[in-house]
Ligand binder design. Structure first.
Ligand SMILES: [Zn+2]
Ligand SMILES: [Zn+2]
Length: 280
């Protein structure tokens, strides 16, 4: 079986307080039996523009990635990528970033709704039910805006859309999961899938939820089934590890789950080109 972890962070990501080096990531990947790893540091344009997050040191991160890519050549395919966060809120800054760096793989993700901070930073105990319902709806709308932005020029600006149920992780963690309107989410996901399938952008299955109270992948099997039933074939799997020991976590069981769900390939990117690797 081909195992790939397409979503990992090193110490160059602002929130990877226990993050290691690119070499640590590759060693962990080999010890977990992976064939492929992508280095995808955070670059949350809106938070960086507002000064909420420090600017990601891409010069040093790139240096570390290139050294590791060469060192492990022939044993492990490693790719220099990025997790571009909240792009539709800062489209010009996002375009500049993508023009400046020669990424082999670009993840598009959203960590906040347009009116608030990263869901990770929201004080759920201070928020009303109505407000938490509203920002979930807005998050769903913003996912669609991100896909439209990504397809607004010739070729797609992102290769995969990550963890589309990201807020659910925090609603569950803070005991507010009953506020999540999942029927509305399903409608929004169907619209999103229509756009990305037509545009040639992949969907990510993020395994971080398996290590957290939510206890399932982001998105879950049911949602992945909807994507597959609509003709979705391009699927990336990422652990979203923020420390070396989480690299590869949940990848094997999630690959099995995807096979069960009807996927015949998992997708990895190199030089911004998709490669469909047979599984099952
Ligand atoms: Zn993310
Ligand atoms: Zn991430």
């Amino acid at each position: 079986m081909f195992y790939a972890d397409t979503h990992t962070h090193t110490r160059f990501s602002h929130d990877a307080t226990e993050g290691g080096s690119h070499i640590d990531s590759c060693e962990a990947a080999l010890s977990k039996g992976l064939d492929y790893i992508a280095f995808t540091e955070h670059y949350d344009v809106d938070d960086i523009a507002a000064g909420r997050y420090r600017e990601t040191d891409l010069v040093s991160a790139h240096e570390g990635a290139v050294t590791a890519i060469k060192k492990y050549e022939g044993r492990l395919k490693a790719v220099w990528g990025i997790e571009l966060g909240d792009a539709p809120m800062q489209p010009e800054m996002s375009d500049r970033l993508l023009g400046k760096w020669d990424f082999g793989f670009v993840i598009g993700s959203l960590h906040s709704s347009r009116r608030d901070h990263d869901f990770f930073n929201i004080d759920f105990s201070a928020m009303s039910d109505d407000y938490l319902k509203l920002i979930w709806y807005e998050y769903l709308e913003d996912l669609i805006s991100m896909a439209k932005w990504a397809l607004g020029g010739g070729k797609p600006k992102v290769d995969t859309i990550a963890h589309i149920t990201y807020p659910c992780r925090y609603y569950v963690q803070h005991g507010r999961a009953e506020l999540l309107d999942m029927a509305r989410a399903r409608e929004a996901f169907a619209e999103l899938f229509g756009i990305i399938i037509h545009g040639g952008i992949a969907l990510e299955c993020n395994t971080s939820g398996l290590r957290q109270p939510i206890g399932r992948t982001l998105p879950d099997e049911d949602t992945l089934r909807l994507y597959r039933s609509m003709g979705g074939e391009l699927i990336t799997i990422g652990s979203d590890a923020h420390r070396a020991r989480d690299i590869g976590a949940g990848i094997a069981e999630t690959t099995d789950m995807l096979v069960r769900t009807g996927f015949k390939y998992i997708t990895v990117f190199e030089n911004r080109q998709p490669h469909m690797m047979p599984v099952g």
